[in-house]
Design a protein around this ligand. Structure first.
Ligand SMILES: Cc1cc2nc3c(=O)[nH]c(=O)nc-3n(C[C@H](O)[C@H](O)[C@H](O)COP(=O)(O)OP(=O)(O)OC[C@H]3O[C@@H](n4cnc5c(N)ncnc54)[C@H](O)[C@@H]3O)c2cc1C
Length: 443
């Protein structure tokens, strides 16, 4: 990158889990004299992970003030919205008319969430959805016998919240002696497919114990009278359909975008074609959008920036490890998998602290009332990592191509192409050394 005068000014744009992990990780990896400013549209940091528990009184979603976090981390805070970037002059333009000069920009502005099926109760688009879920449960109880379908929109949708909602609702209905039919309708071939066979083996007895029917390899398309229509024309009977929001890009004027508007990045989170702009989390083209992965991307970005601004340590690339703490009707189930083949499921925590968003620095930070000294308390893995020699070519590329295959199988051509482009952005050599997904299937 171009020579930068000291002190280096790093601007983080965004206010979610990727932004927080970026801030914490930069304070660990980069020299202490780096000046960090956080530009965020929201005064509070409010992770979504626990929102599924709230309607069932099984825990609440906490909020944290960005002003407090920024003070802790010696960062400047600007409450405003990034509108556009001049990457040549290194200026960020904001909604309120500010021009913020930076040396390095790290984008973590996330994505938009939209309803995939008109008429379904959608989690992830608005804060008051829990109230509507309570009304839905009340209706199911009086309407007995009633049926509820929990529909996963696509193979790239993060599936855990849907399973959590189904398990928590079925458990509550069971406790109230309500005999409703509860179904999970999913394009996955097996339950919790991304987490591999251990997750399937662990979840199936839980679904069976609560009489939850799993309808797998099914592509939900729309709500029709009496239920949910699948791509093959079959209608699954349902009085109510609950689903998860789909993620839609929020492009940033002045920066490149893929065909769906997401920002293409390489394995270090560097925006393709840029030397001083990085991105992490849902704003990027990586096709699986989840908080834990967003923090892992943020860690890779922080290390790359640290190297750019003088750290002698070589930056580690993004190597995705999927971690999920699944809320169930009983003890939570910890799931962990790697694209190279690892599949673990346990009721004992597989990482510590056992945060629902398993960020290396974010989980310890949020687990304590008083923030620990960052760097002393990174997330501890309780399962040994797979040695490099036993890994495939590149886990991030493998995962992106796996999703491209799954989207193709479901006839979602544009999503399949987006996932394939993301793999190419991560590693331009992809076409040569990995058998490509055939994404020219039916529209
Ligand atoms: C119901 C539900 C449950 C989930 N549960 C889990 C879970 O258990 N574990 C897990 O790991 N993941 C979970 N996820 C996924 C996780 O919430 C997201 O993947 C994660 O929040 C993405 O982080 P992000 O920082 O990229 O984006 P976001 O969290 O969306 O953050 C983006 C931030 O940037 C701000 N912003 C947007 N535009 C601008 C702008 N122009 N300028 C400045 N700031 C801007 C926004 O206000 C927001 O604060 C769940 C998601 C849902 C919907």
């Amino acid at each position: 990158m171009a020579t930068i005068d000291r002190p280096v000014r790093v601007l983080i744009a965004g206010g979610g889990v990727a932004a927080l992990e970026l801030l914490l990780a930069l304070r660990v990896y980069a020299s202490p004299d780096v000046e960090i400013t956080l530009l965020t549209a929201n005064a509070d940091f409010a992770p979504r992970a626990m929102t599924v528990a709230e309607p069932f009184e099984r825990g609440g979603a906490a909020r944290y003030e960005w002003s407090q976090i920024a003070d802790d981390q010696r960062a400047g805070l600007v409450l405003d919205r990034l509108d556009a970037v001049d990457a040549t002059e290194r200026i960020a333009f904001t909604h309120d008319g500010r021009r913020i000069h930076y040396d390095v920009l790290a984008l973590a502005t996330g994505a938009r969430r939209v309803e995939p099926f008109a008429g379904a109760l959608t989690f992830g688009t608005r804060a008051d959805v829990g109230r509507d879920l309570r009304a839905l449960v009340a209706d199911v109880v009086v309407r007995e016998p009633a049926s509820v379908a929990f529909a996963l929109p696509s193979p790239s949708s993060w599936p855990l919240p849907l399973y959590e909602l189904a398990l928590l609702m079925a458990g509550e209905l069971r406790e109230g002696c309500c005999a409703a039919a509860v179904r999970i309708v999913t394009p996955e071939v097996h339950a919790l497919e991304l987490f591999g066979p251990a997750a399937h083996d662990a979840i199936m007895p839980m679904l069976e114990a609560l009489d939850i029917e799993l309808i797998a390899d099914a592509q939900p398309r729309e709500l029709v009278v009496g239920g949910l229509r699948l791509a093959d024309g079959q209608v699954i009977a349902a009085d109510h359909v609950v689903t998860l929001a789909e993620v839609v890009a929020r492009p940033v004027p002045g920066l490149p975008a893929d065909r769906a508007g997401f920002i293409p990045v390489d394995l270090h989170g560097r925006v393709v074609g840029q030397t001083t702009v990085y991105a992490a989390g849902e704003v990027t083209s990586f096709p699986l959008r989840q908080g834990g992965l967003a923090t892992q991307q943020a860690d890779a970005v922080a290390q790359a920036i640290a190297t750019d601004v003088g750290s002698p340590a070589p930056p580690a690339p993004f190597e995705p490890v999927l971690r999920g703490r699944l809320l169930t009707n009983g003890a939570p189930l910890y799931l962990q998998s790697r694209p190279s083949g690892q599949s673990l499921a346990s009721t004992r925590a597989l990482w510590s602290p056992p945060g629902k968003v398993a960020g290396r620095f974010l989980a310890p930070y949020l687990a304590t009332a008083r923030p620990p000294r960052i760097g002393d308390s990174a997330l501890a893995e309780r399962v040994p990592a797979i040695p490099d020699a036993e890994r495939g070519e590149c886990d991030a590329v493998t995962l992106a191509l796996t999703l491209a295959d799954a989207e193709t199988r479901c006839g979602n051509t544009s999503r399949a192409l987006q996932a394939r482009d993301a793999a190419h952005a991560l590693d331009p050599e992809t076409d040569r050394h990995v058998a490509m997904a055939d994404v020219t299937g039916p529209a």
